[in-house]
Design a protein around this ligand. Structure first.
Ligand code: ACO
Length: 432
């Protein structure tokens, strides 16, 4: 970050002296006002619940331009990565800053493929859960437990430990997600098969059984890989900020990532595609495309409490670029599976068409987000709704690790410790 030409001056209406604060510029995006000395200089804190105007860190990993609808990983547009790189190349990019070339790519794929198996003892740990436990509850526990199973890589301040933990997490997450799924079904776990691609291996561990050979469908494999790439990182969102805050205390890397898994579980974050699919199902049950107009009237009526799920985003005030790629993936998957006439997909397209022309949505800059089509694709692939957030967890793990590494390596890194505006009782004495 570099000092901008201008500075910010904060003045007070009560005659207190005004305060100058430095302004820093990044490479793109808004400048920031450095308020770190504000408390020392004025005795006041800033107040910004929900971080609407607060940059919590400097970062060189992911950039979002919400007005343009642009998402860059290390400077590369998501559209180009989705077309020209696979998920593991994207992981390498997020972790190391550059795309792997030639042998680097092969070596990284091999490294990840060689660490896909989990400690055999993990399955006994898993057995302690109820069979009907939510997969995200199970995953939060499993990821946290990795620190106990691999205690040679728990020192967050040791770059070698962080590297080993990163490789293990990326490699083992598909195995853990598939184990959580199989456990709920009561089917045997499938051991990873390392000659398959990352996405192919995951599909086999999810849908294969020991009774028959599982042949990976290349269209579904490509779709799965692209879904992972689209969800790999999204700058300082709630779960990433959770991982940073948790890791800032020096806790071990597996514990910090487990905190991210717990945060992602929430319906306002990772659970939105589930809500979108439920909405499409309800419209379908009430009469399908013929009822779209009626549904849209409810969405526009503030008193109805109904929202068009999969539309709108805190940051994107234009088409979420991931939504376009997801729609394309949806087309490819449904065609491959002979589901082109899938009623939910048709319904989604009709809702999108109407919303993009409607004054209510246009004036509020509400566009489809990544969740609008991802639920349709995932369920066409055969992933049950309660596993959707687990897929997101698998994909986002690399982003969490890259951001954690960046934080630890930042010379300005400190334990995260927000302040507050106290509104409780003032000092009083216990009367008894
Ligand atoms: N349907 C109908 N109206 C909407 C929608 C929607 N999906 N989203 C926003 N609006 C309206 C709001 O009612 C508000 O209207 P008003 O100005 O007349 O009061 C206006 O658009 C602005 O909306 P805010 O809620 O202020 O926008 P905010 O940035 O706080 O919320 C959010 C973003 C939470 C994503 C919201 O758009 C939403 O609830 N969308 C549906 C849920 C969803 O798809 N979430 C997934 C997000 S992507 C992700 O997490 C991976």
């Amino acid at each position: 970050m570099k000092l901008a030409d201008n500075k910010a001056t904060l003045s007070f209406s009560n005659g207190s002296p005004s305060i100058d604060m430095p302004v820093y510029s990044g490479n793109i995006g808004p400048d920031v006002i450095d308020v770190r000395k504000l408390y020392a200089d004025s005795g006041m804190f800033t107040y910004d619940p929900g971080y609407l105007s607060t940059a919590s860190c400097q970062s060189g990993i992911t950039f979002i331009d919400g007005d343009k609808g642009e998402l860059l990983y290390r400077g590369y547009p998501i559209e180009q990565l989705a077309d020209k790189a696979d998920f593991l190349d994207t992981c390498y990019l997020l972790l190391n800053g550059e795309l792997p070339v030639g042998q680097q790519s092969k070596d990284f794929h091999k490294l990840i493929n060689q660490h896909t198996m989990v400690n055999e003892q993990m399955q006994f740990f898993l057995r302690g859960f109820r069979r009907d436990a939510h997969p995200m509850a199970v995953l939060t526990g499993l990821v946290g437990a990795l620190s106990a199973f691999y205690h040679d890589s728990t020192d967050i301040n040791n770059p070698e430990h962080r590297h080993i933990a990163a490789i293990r997490l990326i490699a083992k997450m598909p195995t853990l997600v598939a184990m959580a799924y199989k456990y709920g079904l009561g089917q045997p776990y499938m051991y990873p098969q390392n000659n398959l691609s990352y996405a192919g291996n995951f599909l086999r561990m999810m849908f294969g059984t020991p009774c028959e050979e599982y042949v990976v469908n290349p269209v579904l494999e490509r779709a799965m890989d692209r879904i992972f790439t689209l969800h790999a990182d999204h700058e300082q969102n709630a779960s990433t900020s959770t991982v940073r805050l948790c890791g800032s205390s020096g806790t071990n890397p597996f514990a910090a990532i487990a905190a991210g898994v717990a945060c992602l579980w929430g319906p306002a974050h990772g659970g939105a595609n589930e809500a979108c699919l439920k909405m499409l199902g309800e419209i379908q049950d009430s009469g399908g495309v013929a009822k779209v107009g009626e549904f849209m009237e409810k969405v526009k009526d503030k008193n109805s409490g109904v929202k068009l799920m999969g539309f709108g985003h805190r940051v994107y005030k234009n088409y979420d670029p991931r939504a376009k790629l997801m729609q394309k993936t949806c087309d490819e998957v449904l065609k491959e599976l002979g589901l082109e006439n899938d009623p939910l997909f048709k319904l989604a397209k009709e809702l999108e068409r109407i919303a993009l022309e409607d004054e209510y949505f246009v004036s509020r800059k509400l566009y489809p987000n990544v969740d609008f089509y991802s639920g349709v694709v995932l369920s066409a692939i055969g992933i049950p709704v309660n596993m959707f957030t687990g897929i997101f967890t698998l994909a986002r793990t690399v982003g969490w690790i890259a951001q954690l590494n960046e934080m630890i390596s930042d010379p300005e890194y400190k334990i995260g410790r927000p302040r507050q505006l106290y509104t409780g009782s003032v000092r009083r004495n216990v009367q008894r």
